[in-house]
Design a protein around this ligand. Structure first.
Ligand code: IPM
Ligand code: MG
Length: 360
């Protein structure tokens, strides 16, 4: 098959980690007889430097014309980078949010798996880590606090800021459906996370999720409050299969979940619309402190590319090959700095990419 991939390397470690994912994709193409064409596009800080804005219409149009988007990371150091002197709507993150919205990517899938080879890097107690876990966070990505009305103004001489958490039933229904669909292909359990003891948006969320659940009698549904979920993630992560939640809760809980897999450098993600189109990016940030040093962990980006093969290109055996190569490399004792432990072999970012490509 021939596929056109829009590539947004972005800022910080983005270019390094994306280069390794492309290396692995090229190996997949060679082995399985496909052709991947890449088109490099700018978004985030690099787009501000080149075009004065974090996202151009051209980048949106080229992404729409592609079969899938592969992304690295965007943004810089929020206290020192000149990008953060700009108004909020012109900063790097505004580009990413704008692209998610423009492409209608409402469903963000973040699989969090503790590889048994990495249980040493897991900060949880040994008896919890030894049980392992394999969950998928389904984060709503184009609504809620991220996209609600916001403003900062002086009210009666007092500076006041407002952000709005808004959801309509259709937005909740479509993300809930995605969660149940995915659960059907997994262990058939959905945990819906909300704050229904306080928020109206959460009470509507709960009601709509329950309606959707009726269409999936085989799936067990449970509701969990977000604060309790944060606690349960470190207490007993093995209880979770699919966790579905609104945008901001998902942002926070997915960082927490990533940390218990050993490193945020392991966490892949797919952002999808109603079709099989998606944007694939590691869940971690641009890590400006280690950018350009060939130290970053490219595994999350490589696993994101595997998700692209599986979900957008329907190339299951190719995706398996990449995922197996990653476990094989870990099994063989190769590590980047973030997941390093005693007796293991330390690799640079590009060496890790080479190794995984070799194992494919
Ligand atoms: C993520 C990131 C983004 C988000 C930032 C960079 C805007 O933290 O993808 O989780 O908050 O969605
Ligand atoms: Mg985040």
């Amino acid at each position: 098959m021939e596929k056109n991939i829009a590539v947004i390397k972005g800022d910080g470690i983005g270019p390094e980690i994306v280069a390794e994912a492309m290396k692995v994709l090229d190996k997949v193409a060679e082995k399985f007889g496909h052709k991947f064409n890449y088109e490099q596009l700018l978004m985030g800080g690099c787009s501000i430097d080149a075009n004065g804005v974090p996202l151009t219409d051209e980048t949106i149009a080229r992404c729409k014309a592609s079969d899938a988007v592969l992304m690295g990371s965007i943004g810089g150091n929020t206290t020192t980078s000149p990008w953060y002197k700009l108004p909020a709507n012109l900063r790097p993150e505004a580009g990413l949010l704008g692209l998610r919205k423009a492409l209608g990517l409402f469903a963000n899938l973040r699989p969090c798996v503790l590889y048994k080879q990495l249980s040493e890097a897991c900060p949880l107690k040994k008896e919890i880590a030894d049980k392992g876990f394999d969950m998928l966070i389904m984060r709503e990505l184009t609504g809620g606090l991220y996209f609600g009305e916001r403003k900062t103004e002086e009210v009666d001489g007092v500076m006041t800021a407002i952000d709005t958490l808004r959801y309509d039933e259709n937005e909740i229904r479509r993300i809930a459906k995605k969660a149940f669909d995915v659960a059907m292909q997994r262990r058939k359990k959905v945990t819906s996370v909300d704050k229904a003891n306080v928020l109206d948006s959460s009470r509507l969320w709960r009601k709509v999720v329950e309606e959707v659940a009726k269409e999936y009698p085989e799936v067990t549904l449970e509701h969990m409050l977000v604060d309790n979920s944060a606690m349960q993630l470190v207490k007993d992560p093995a209880q979770f299969d699919v966790m579905v939640t609104e945008n901001m809760f998902g942002d926070i809980l997915s960082d927490e979940a990533s940390m218990i897999t050993g490193s945020i450098g392991m966490l892949a993600s797919a952002s999808m619309n109603e079709t099989s189109f998606g944007l694939y990016e590691p869940s971690g940030g641009s890590a400006p402190d280690i950018a350009g040093q060939n130290k970053a962990n490219p595994i999350a980006t490589i696993l994101s590319a595997a998700m692209m093969l599986r979900y957008s290109f329907k190339m299951d055996k190719e995706a398996d090959a990449v995922e197996n190569a990653v476990s094989g490399v870990l099994e063989a004792g190769y590590r980047t700095g973030d997941i390093m432990s005693e007796g293991m072999k330390l690799l640079s970012c590009s060496e890790m990419g080479d190794k995984i490509a070799e194992f494919v």
